[in-house]
Design a protein around this ligand. Sequence first.
Ligand code: NAD
Length: 265
Amino acid sequence: MSDRFLEGQGALVTGSTSGIGLGIAKAFALAGAKVMLNGFGKPEEIAAARAEIGAIMGGGDAPYSAADMSKPASIRDMIADAEKTLGSLDILVNNAGIQFVSPVQDFPDEKWDAIIAINMSSNFHAIKAALPAMLARKRGRIINVASAHGLVASPFKSAYVAAKHGVVGLTKTVAIEIAESPVTCNAICPGFVRTPLAEAQVKPLAEKFGISEEEALKEKLLVHQPNKRWVEVEDVAEMALYLCRPQAGSVNGSALSIDGGWVAN
Ligand code: NAD
């Protein structure tokens, strides 16, 4: 099996200026895909991501969309831009996401709205815009980066858990609507992944409970993750790659866990 099995395919990964999205973009580029990036960040971080992925693709900056995933019209424009720039949009990864933690009775309305829009509704708008061309070409992969929180809950994350459960429900519905086509739609449900965003939660927990950072990681952050260690970005990217392989053509409507045993617990 060629390592560059995505040669000739176009991929868009939302929220790919850092973390899991950047890891998936890198893996796709290494597999030969033409990748478009999206996401926020400092100009120098975005430039670095575009240069890194562009270098893998043979030089120059990787294509990039600054579209805001909370804005349906921007999402539609991004998909049209991706179709044009990449030649064809064969792989859509809905990955952009944010988090906010608060007891439900204090949860700010605007945070709820933002999380539902970015973490869930953006998937709907992107799929709706990208799917017709995939179905017409009889080729396509839709991958929604959900979470273990798409399958189980944790306290104080009402909007995030609601949005991620919604993403899993959307994934299943789209999958059965397109089941007779060669296009598939699946969700990846990671536990805690070693990204700057997740790692930044360790120190405050250590300070809050007066314990070491190692204890804070194992006993507090990874309290529900039985293996007590981070999921690596590269491993999530490998799962996304697998879903793009021809051999994954019958994997459809799945919520694939990569969580160290969290939802089995
Ligand atoms: P991250 O903060 O490193 O990356 C998030 C990306 O989304 C960034 O590129 C950011 O710029 C982008 N983004 C945020 N708001 C946006 C908007 N309005 N429009 C466009 N882009 C926007 O986080 P991550 O940990 O890599 O998370 C990526 C995805 O994986 C998220 O959906 C998250 O919920 C999910 N996830 C993460 C973990 C984890 O432990 N890190 C676990 C399970 C699921």
